[in-house]
Design a binder for this molecule. Structure first.
Ligand code: CMC
Length: 385
C-alpha cells in the first residue's frame, strides 16, 4: 500500500479550466458563458443557448437565423441511420439506440477520416459536426419512441422551431405553446454542467486526439448510468412504484431500510439544492395545471418533503424533469435520450475547448495488488536479459 492521498471519484479535484460554464454551490448558481441558466431558460430559445455554448456569445438575430437554417438542413432522419436503428431489437434500450445512431453518423462523415492523425478535426469542422449532431438527434430520439410504439416516422416541419419540431416529430401533432415552452426550458437546463461524468468522459476521449463523434459516443455511455443521466428515467420508475402520495411514507420506510438510493435526490456538487430545480419545477407546475394532474403535484411534494426532512438531501434536476416529460407524453425510456439531445451542445462545446488547449488526460493510480512475484521455473531467454 502507498501513502498517497486518493480522491475517490475525483471528488473535490479541479482538473482544468473551462470557460463554458461555472457552477457555484455556495451561491447555488449555474452560469453558461456568464449568463445565469434561469435567465436563459426564461428568455431564450434552445437554439440561442446552443449558439452561446459553442461561440461564447448569444447570437444576433442574423446569427440565430443562420443557425436555424443550418439546423433545418439536418433535421430529417438519414436513411442509413434509420436502417441501422431498424436493425436493433425493439427491446434495446433507447440510450443504446441513440449511441449506435451517433456512431453511424460519425462513420458516415468522411471529413477527417483519412487517417487517425486527422481525426481531431479543425475548429470549423468540429463546429459543423456539432451543429449536425444537435440537429440530427431529435429525429433519432423521436423515431425511437415511435418505433417502439409501432408508429410511422413523422418527417420534420420547416415552419417549426427546434423545440416545437422535436415534439411534432415525436407525437405527430403540434404541441400547445405552454408545452413547447416547458420543453424548451428543460432543454436549456440540461445543456451544460461543467465537468460532470459524461462531459469529462468526452474530454478524456478528445484528449487523445480522437474524433468528436467518438467523444460523444463515450459521453452517451457515461450518461446512461442511473447515478448520472439515467436518474430522470429512474425517478418515474419510483413514482410508478409509489403510486400515490398516501403511499410515500411506507414506501420510503422500506426503501431506506433496504439502503436504496432515492433517484432524483442528491448531487456531487450541490449539497444544499440544485440550482436548476426551481426553474424546472415552475415548468412542471405549468404542465400539471395544463394537463390538470394535481395527483402528480401531490406525489411530488409528498416524496420531496418526506425525504428532505429525513435525510437533508435535496432534489436534483432529474426530479422535476422526469414527471414533466411523462406529462408531455414521452415514454419513460425516452427521458435520458432527451438529456442527450440537450447535453450534446455542452459536450461539443467542451470537446472544442479541450481540442483548443489540449493535454492528454492520463492520471496516476496507486497500486494495491500483490508484491512482485514470478512464475516457477521461468528462465528468461537471452534476448530479455
Ligand atoms: N438517496 C439515498 N441516500 C443518498 C442519496 C439518495 N439519492 N444521495 C446521497 N445519499 C447518501 C448516501 O447513501 C451517502 O450516505 P452514507 O454517507 O450514509 O453512506 C451520502 O448520502 C453521500 O452520498 P454519496 O453517494 O457518497 O454522494 P455523492 O456526492 O457521491 O453522490 C449522487 C451524488 C448523485 C451519486 C447521489 O446523490 C445519488 O446516487 N443520487 C441518486 C441518483 C441521482 O439522482 N443522480 C442524478 C444526479 S444529478 C443529474 C446529473 O448531473 O447527472
Amino acid at each position: 500500500m502507498t501513502d498517497v492521498e486518493i480522491k475517490k471519484g475525483l471528488a473535490g479535484v479541479t482538473v482544468d479550466y473551462t470557460a463554458v460554464s461555472k457552477v457555484n454551490p455556495e451561491t447555488n448558481s449555474l452560469l453558461y458563458r456568464g449568463y445565469p441558466v434561469q435567465e436563459l431558460a426564461a428568455t431564450q430559445p434552445f437554439e440561442a443557448v446552443a449558439y452561446l455554448l459553442w461561440n461564447g456569445e448569444l447570437p444576433t438575430d442574423e446569427q440565430l437565423a443562420s443557425l436555424r437554417a443550418e439546423e433545418r438542413k439536418h433535421r430529417a432522419l438519414a436513411d442509413n441511420v434509420k436502417a441501422a436503428i431498424d436493425l436493433l431489437p425493439l427491446e434495446a434500450h433507447p440510450m443504446d439506440e441513440v449511441r449506435t445512431a451517433v456512431s453511424v453518423i460519425g462513420a458516415s462523415d468522411s471529413s477527417g477520416s483519412g487517417s487517425v492523425l486527422d481525426a481531431a478535426g479543425s475548429p470549423e469542422e468540429n463546429l459543423a459536426r456539432s451543429i449536425r449532431l444537435y440537429a440530427s438527434l431529435p429525429a433519432i430520439v423521436a423515431y425511437g419512441q415511435r418505433r417502439r410504439r409501432g408508429q410511422e416516422i413523422v418527417p420534420p416541419r420547416d415552419d417549426l422551431d427546434y423545440a416545437a419540431n422535436f415534439l411534432w416529430m415525436t407525437f405527430g401533432e403540434e404541441a400547445e405553446p405552454v408545452v413547447v415552452d416547458a420543453f424548451n426550458r428543460s432543454m436549456t437546463l440540461y445543456a451544460e454542467h461543467s465537468f460532470n461524468a459524461s462531459t469529462f468522459t468526452a474530454r478524456v476521449i478528445t484528449s487523445t486526439l480522437s474524433d468528436l463523434y467518438s467523444a460523444v459516443v463515450g459521453a452517451i455511455g457515461a450518461l446512461k448510468g442511473p447515478l448520472h443521466g439515467g436518474a430522470n428515467e429512474a425517478v418515474l420508475h419510483i413514482f410508478n412504484e409509489i403510486g400515490s402520495a398516501e403511499n410515500v411514507v411506507p414506501w420510503l420506510d422500506k426503501a431506506l431500510a433496504e439502503k436504496r438510493k432515492i433517484m432524483g435526490f442528491g448531487h456531487r456538487v450541490y449539497k444544499r439544492g440544485d440550482s436548476r430545480v426551481p426553474t424546472m419545477k415552475t415548468a412542471l407546475d405549468t404542465l400539471i395545471e395544463h394537463y390538470d394532474r394535481p395527483d402528480v403535484a401531490a406525489l411530488y411534494d409528498a416524496l420531496e418533503s418526506e425525504f428532505v426532512s429525513r435525510k437533508g438531501i435535496y432534489p436534483n434536476l432529474d426530479y422535476p424533469s422526469g414527471p414533466a416529460y411523462n406529462l408531455i407524453g414521452f415514454d419513460t425510456l425516452t427521458f435520458t435520450p432527451l438529456f442527450i439531445a440537450s447535453r450534446v451542445t455542452g459536450w461539443t462545446a467542451h470537446i472544442m475547448e479541450q481540442t483548443a488547449s489540449n493535454a492528454l488526460i492520463r492520471p496516476l493510480s496507486a497500486y494495491n495488488g500483490p508484491d512482485e512475484r514470478h512464475i516457477d521455473g521461468y528462465v528468461p531467454d537471452a534476448a530479455h536479459l
